[in-house]
Design a protein around this ligand. Structure first.
Ligand code: FAD
Ligand code: SF4
Ligand code: SF4
Length: 469
């Protein structure tokens, strides 16, 4: 094994080729090209095959990374794919959009020893893209059909992961979503240059082909009540995500566009929809000076979308500095390469609309760390200045909408669910994904959807036993 693996000593870290910033900033295609087979095998062979694989413990799905890297290095790609898919219902999606530098790759021991991590995400993506091409991704075929039915509210990654798991066990699954397309933020939040939409659509088509039913344009609470769903189904999963944009709380902030309105419009245009607010210019960055307020991944998606729409300039205002940004450093680097200007240690105070629109800001400095260990930004006296901007976008995070009539909620408005089973206080009602943890990551939504589905199965089996007694 040592011969084939542990090549990190002699072989450097290599990513699939990244398209040049000038080229990629003019289109919405993904920025990395595909690994070629030999390169994927070589990169997989850099793995040290650790006895205690920290990569795996830092993957929310606990993917068996060392084993599928070894199989990839040996050229056993189908086996590697089957193993990777055994814990992850969407490996090619996670391989594309997990912030690996904060998860599996960040914990990789050869990264820690200064050799540069194994490119785990890129290999995972390569394996599953190859599997789709080669026909190794099999249809969902339940071994038995069960009569019990499950209602899932929300067709994002948490709902879809649960739907796949439950349908595979033979349940009759219906997913309700208020949007007209399946995928939640995979389809309408995350831009194409990180995740092309056909990658999501082939996954959802597999669920449809496998017998999962979708009721789209169905807003639960308006088009159908939650109680009706509980009567209709043996168990219900709440997987509605979090969508209430955190406000800027600055005078005149009605002139500010919420990040998700802007990104949904851009994604809809990419999918071929007619979007009047884009056509009118309201949600289109072309030839405009764009200012994005915020330092997370959503802010990075906005600045990079604006570049691709042909903005005259794009500036990101963030109140801390680069090392203290909440977003993935890789995303920030991509944005910098694509020509985005970062105005670090800058906090907006108000917005001026009208003839010479601008964000009025002040300079910040970092003070002592707070209880989370992050340095607290403090205002510098007499440091007011202005950033001109015709399109001002706020990406300050999301809160939960009010679902307290459905299940008990926390003081943040998220659903209070058992951390192992995701059961709520209501019998037969479960919850998973962002609506439980607050705005988080796709991979966590998948993990929770998967675990909630298993707990729902146990619950329904127990109910059936009681009924039979
Ligand atoms: P969602 O994906 O939000 O899906 C919830 C679904 O529920 C939606 O389709 C919604 O329409 C539906 N719904 C809500 N209320 C109702 C109702 N009353 N009736 C019917 N349907 C309803 N994570 C990453 O890991 N990597 C990234 O690169 C990344 N980029 C992101 C970029 C942006 C712009 C945003 C906003 C988030 C990003 N995230 C990223 C976070 C990630 O998208 C979420 O953590 C994940 O999608 C949460 O999954 P979910 O299934 O809980 O909710
Ligand atoms: Fe890494 Fe995400 Fe894949 Fe886990 S699912 S191995 S965290 S890329
Ligand atoms: Fe391989 Fe890195 Fe995981 Fe160790 S931590 S098993 S080197 S990928």
């Amino acid at each position: 094994m040592a011969e084939r693996m542990q090549k990190f000593v002699s072989l450097g870290q290599k990513w699939p080729e990244k398209r040049a910033p000038k080229e990629r900033a003019t289109d919405f295609h993904e920025i990395h090209r595909e690994f070629i087979a030999q390169k994927a095998a070589d990169q997989a062979a850099r793995c040290a095959q650790c006895g205690v694989p920290f990569c795996q413990t830092h993957c929310p799905l606990q993917n068996n990374i060392p084993d599928w890297l070894k199989l990839t290095a040996e050229g056993r790609l189908e086996d590697a794919y089957v193993l990777s898919a055994s814990t992850n219902p969407m490996p090619e999606i996670c391989g594309r959009i997990c912030p690996q530098d904060r998860l599996c790759e960040g914990a990789c021991v050869i990264e820690q020893s200064g050799h540069g991590s194994v490119t785990i995400g890129a290999v995972e993506k390569y394996l599953t893209d190859t599997a789709w091409r080669e026909g190794w991704v099999k249809p969902i075929q339940p071994r038995i059909e069960r009569s019990e039915t499950i209602g899932i509210i929300g067709a994002g990654p948490a709902g879809l992961a649960a739907a796949e798991r439950l349908r595979t066990r033979g349940y009759q699954v219906t997913v309700y979503d208020r949007h007209d397309r399946i995928g939640g933020l995979l389809i309408y939040g995350i831009p194409n240059f990180k995740l092309e939409k056909d990658v999501v659509e082939r996954r959802t088509q597999r669920l449809i082909d496998g017998g999962v039913k979708f009721e789209l344009n169905c807003n639960v609470g308006e088009d159908v009540t939650f109680d009706e769903l509980r009567q209709r189904h043996d168990a219900v999963l709440i997987a509605t995500g979090v969508y209430k944009a955190k406000p800027l709380n600055a005078p005149n902030d009605r002139a500010v566009i919420p990040a998700l309105d802007y990104l949904i419009a851009a994604n809809r245009v990419g999918l071929g929809d007619d979007v009047p607010d884009f056509t009118s210019g309201k949600l289109n960055a072309k030839d405009r000076r764009v200012v994005v307020i915020g330092g997370g991944d959503t802010a990075m998606d906005c600045v990079r979308t604006a570049r691709r729409q042909g903005a005259e300039s794009v500036t990101c205002l963030y109140r801390r500095d680069k090392p203290n940004m909440p977003g993935s450093q890789r995303e920030v680097n991509h944005a910098e390469e694509e020509g985005v200007t970062f105005d670090w240690l800058a906090a907006p105070k108000s917005v001026r609309a009208g003839k010479s629109p601008a964000v009025k800001a002040v300079r910040m400095q970092l003070g002592p760390p707070d209880e989370s260990g992050r340095q607290t930004p403090q205002e510098k006296p007499d440091s007011a200045y202005e950033v001109p901007g015709d399109l001002i976008i706020a990406a300050l995070g999301f809160d939960a909408e009010d679902v307290s009539a459905w299940a008990e909620t926390t003081r943040w408005g998220t659903v209070k669910a058992d951390p192992i089973t995701y059961a709520t206080n209501e019998p037969g009602v479960y919850a998973a994904g962002d609506i439980v943890r607050g705005a988080s990551l796709v991979v966590w939504a998948i993990r929770e959807g998967r675990d909630a589905a298993d707990a729902m199965h146990t619950y329904i089996q127990a109910q059936a036993k009681v009924a039979a007694q």
